[in-house]
Design a protein around this ligand. Sequence first.
Ligand SMILES: *[C@@H]1O[C@H](CO)[C@@H](O)[C@H](O)[C@H]1NC(C)=O
Ligand SMILES: *[C@@H]1O[C@H](CO)[C@@H](O)[C@H](O)[C@H]1NC(C)=O
Ligand SMILES: *[C@@H]1O[C@H](CO)[C@@H](O)[C@H](O)[C@H]1NC(C)=O
Length: 280
Amino acid sequence: MLWKFSILSMMVLLACAQCSRAQECFTPKIYSEIGCKPVLEEEDGEESCPKRFDCDTVLGRKGNGCFFQGVAYNDGDEIPQNLTRSLCQASCLCRNGIITCASIECPDLFGPYMEGCIPQNSMDSCCPEEYVCAENDIEKLPKCYMNGNEYRAGESMYPERESCYTCICAEGFDNTTKLEENPHCSPVECGIELHSSDRVRTGCTPIYYKTPTCCPIGWRCPESSDAVIEGKEHTNEDPNMECTFGELKLKIGHKLSAANGSAVECQCSVPPMVTCIQAS
Ligand SMILES: *[C@@H]1O[C@H](CO)[C@@H](O)[C@H](O)[C@H]1NC(C)=O
Ligand SMILES: *[C@@H]1O[C@H](CO)[C@@H](O)[C@H](O)[C@H]1NC(C)=O
Ligand SMILES: *[C@@H]1O[C@H](CO)[C@@H](O)[C@H](O)[C@H]1NC(C)=O
């Protein structure tokens, strides 16, 4: 029994060389995006996964202000360009509680003339700074390997979707380094506050595909027909361990009623937001 367990944990460890803590914890992506603070508890001297988040400031927003990465902006303020550029958004303005931006278009990104060229991406810019096209120049670029694919320096690399990280190939890239510790990798920013601040403001919750660790694919908003379906398991009586959705309160394990045939299941797992998953 014990050896079986060891082999299993070894396999998990090996499989997780390219994964991240948020992924191991199944932490819903929205919390880091909007700037909620994890409430951590120690378990056997080790830090546990966050059991809930403190979102009082960002979710309790009132008036015409906006939030980006947990920082408040006043009506009419511009979000600093250096914070939004990597999201390919510029001139982001807070107006009436909603952020609107202009998309940055990269020149020639899909132009036929760039075919066979290696883009020279960097972490903090939206567009490649240049393209390397000559065959002998490409040959000189260092190579990286990720998930069995080969890349050249400057190319973006995508670990498993659930990890919600991107990496850029560079000299010395080591695919055995954990994503969080890898200087060539960074968490994907979904730009939830840039694209969906109206949804956050009106109490909607993200719908994720399969795991809640990366960018939402849609939103579930409160409706008057919503009801709570109570789970059978013993629930936590701690009033902090409760999700809020519209007028409803859900204890851990409680679910939201769903339209018949809907593939989206919403459940209170990491308060204070309900987590909705589309399984297929
Ligand atoms: C963005 O620019 C401001 C000054 O305009 C600076 O204080 C801040 O550190 C910069 N942030 C990043 C992530 O570069
Ligand atoms: C990791 O990199 C090594 C070379 O450094 C390569 O042989 C191996 O296939 C890579 N692993 C994956 C999963 O891509
Ligand atoms: C879903 O369908 C089942 C049987 O088809 C029915 O008994 C149930 O009441 C329906 N639930 C809702 C929420 O419409």
